[in-house]
Design a protein around this ligand. Structure first.
Ligand SMILES: [Zn+2]
Length: 364
C-alpha cells in the first residue's frame, strides 16, 4: 500500500518522480471504490485532516522543503490537492452508481415466469335474480326488511295464524333445534321455513302504513332432488294501509311481473289456501318463452305458476296490535330458485348449491 515518502532531494526531477508515483497510487485506489464503504475508506485515507495522505504530503514535502524550493513544492502540492479532490468526487459518483447497479441486480424479477391468475368473482345466479326482484319492488316504494334465520315457533307459525297442531304446519317440513323440550312450544327454536316471520317482526316495530319486502334464506326438511332443496331463498312482500283492496294486490303483482318479464306478460289468479291470508291466491304468468302457445318450461300449458299471495288474515293483525277494522293489506311470496331456474333454463335446483365451477362459470 502506498505511503508518502520523505523527500531528501527537492530537485525538479525528484519532485516529478515522487508526484508520478503518488498519482499512480491515487488513481488505482480511486478505481477500487465500488460501494459506500470502500468509497468512505478511500476518502478518509486521502483527505482526513488528522493523518490523511494529503496532510502527510503537506508535512513531509512542503513543510520540509528548503527555502528556495518552497515555491515550486507549494505549486506541486496544490495541484496534488486539486487532483485528489477531483478523484474523490468521481469515486463518489462511481461508488453510488455501482451500488445501485448491484441493488437492481439483486432485486431482478423474472418477468418470464407465469403469474397467478385470479378469476374475478361474479354474483351467484340466485342472488342476481333476487337483486332484480328487490329492485322492482324498491322502485314501487317498498323498503327491505330482514330477520333471523333461527326463529321461534311463535314468529314462524303461531303469529302467522298456524295454531299448534294445525294441519297446515305439516305442509312445511320443519327443522327444529335440538333439546328444547323444557321450553314452551311458542319459544322453541327452529330454522325458519319461510320469510313470513319478518312480516310479523316488521309490524311489531312499525306503525302502519307498511310496505316491505323480505328477501332471505329459508330451510325445510326436504330431501334434495331436482326441484327440492333443504335450503332455498324466498322473497315476500307486505303492504298494509287503510283501504287496501284485492285490486291493489292484483295491480301491484301484475305491474311487478310485467317489469320482470316484459309488458306483454299476463297474470292469472286462482283461489288457494294459506293460513295467514284470506282470501288466498296462486298467481301464474303467461309463459314468457312461448307467449302462451305451450313449451317445455310451461309444460305445454302456456302458464307458469310463480307466486302465492292473498289479503292479510285479520287474525294476523290481532297478533301485532293492528286494528283489523281500520286496516287491510296484502302479502305475497315467491321462490327465488324456481324463478332463476326458469330464467336461465336450469333443470336441477341442486346445481345452485354444489359450488361446481363448471356450472357457475357460465354466469361469469
Ligand atoms: Zn311456454
Amino acid at each position: 500500500m502506498y505511503t508518502v515518502p520523505k523527500l531528501e532531494d527537492f530537485s525538479p526531477a525528484s519532485l516529478e518522480a515522487a508526484t508520478a508515483e503518488l498519482h499512480g497510487a491515487l488513481e488505482a485506489e480511486a478505481l477500487a471504490a465500488v460501494d459506500t464503504k470502500t468509497f468512505e475508506d478511500f476518502r478518509n485515507r486521502w483527505m482526513s485532516r488528522k493523518n490523511g495522505l494529503l496532510t502527510q504530503v503537506n508535512d513531509l514535502w512542503l513543510k520540509a522543503a528548503p527555502g528556495p524550493a518552497k515555491r515550486d513544492v507549494g505549486r506541486i502540492v496544490n495541484a496534488i490537492r486539486q487532483f485528489v479532490e477531483v478523484l474523490v468526487s468521481n469515486a463518489e459518483q462511481q461508488a453510488s452508481r455501482l451500488a445501485l447497479g448491484a441493488k437492481l441486480r439483486s432485486e431482478t424479477i423474472d418477468i418470464s415466469l407465469p403469474g397467478i391468475e385470479r378469476p374475478l368473482g361474479v354474483r351467484h345466479p340466485v342472488l342476481r335474480t333476487l337483486d332484480e326482484l328487490v329492485s322492482v319492488f324498491v322502485k314501487m316504494g317498498y323498503s327491505i326488511a330482514e330477520g333471523p334465520e333461527v326463529e321461534s315457533d311463535y314468529y314462524n307459525f303461531e303469529a302467522l295464524n298456524f295454531p299448534p297442531n294445525h294441519p297446515a304446519r305439516d305442509t312445511q317440513d320443519t327443522l327444529f333445534i335440538a333439546n328444547q323440550e323444557q321450553r314452551a312450544q311458542r319459544d322453541r327454536l327452529l330454522l325458519r321455513t319461510h320469510t313470513s316471520p319478518v312480516q310479523i317482526r316488521t309490524m311489531e316495530k312499525l306503525a302502519p302504513p307498511v310496505r316491505v319486502i323480505c328477501p332471505g334464506k329459508v330451510h325445510r326438511n326436504d330431501a334434495p332432488d331436482a326441484t327440492h332443496s333443504p335450503v332455498f331463498h324466498q322473497l315476500e312482500g307486505l303492504c298494509v294501509d287503510t283501504n287496501i283492496t284485492f285490486g291493489d294486490l292484483k295491480g301491484t303483482l301484475d305491474h311487478a311481473m310485467k317489469s320482470l318479464f316484459g309488458s306483454e306478460v299476463k297474470t292469472s289468479f286462482r283461489p288457494s289456501f294459506f293460513p295467514f291470508t284470506e282470501p288466498s291466491v296462486e298467481v301464474s304468468i303467461s309463459c314468457p318463452f312461448c307467449g302462451g302457445k305451450g313449451c317445455r318450461p310451461c309444460k305445454q300449458s302456456g302458464w307458469i305458476e310463480l307466486l302465492g299471495a292473498g289479503m292479510v288474515d285479520p287474525n294476523v293483525f290481532g297478533f301485532v296490535d293492528y286494528d283489523p277494522k281500520k286496516l287491510s293489506g296484502f302479502a305475497f311470496g315467491m321462490g327465488v330458485e324456481r324463478l332463476t331456474m326458469m330464467n336461465y333454463n336450469v333443470d336441477d335446483i341442486q346445481q345452485f348449491f354444489y359450488g361446481d365451477m363448471r356450472f357457475l362459470e357460465q354466469f361469469a
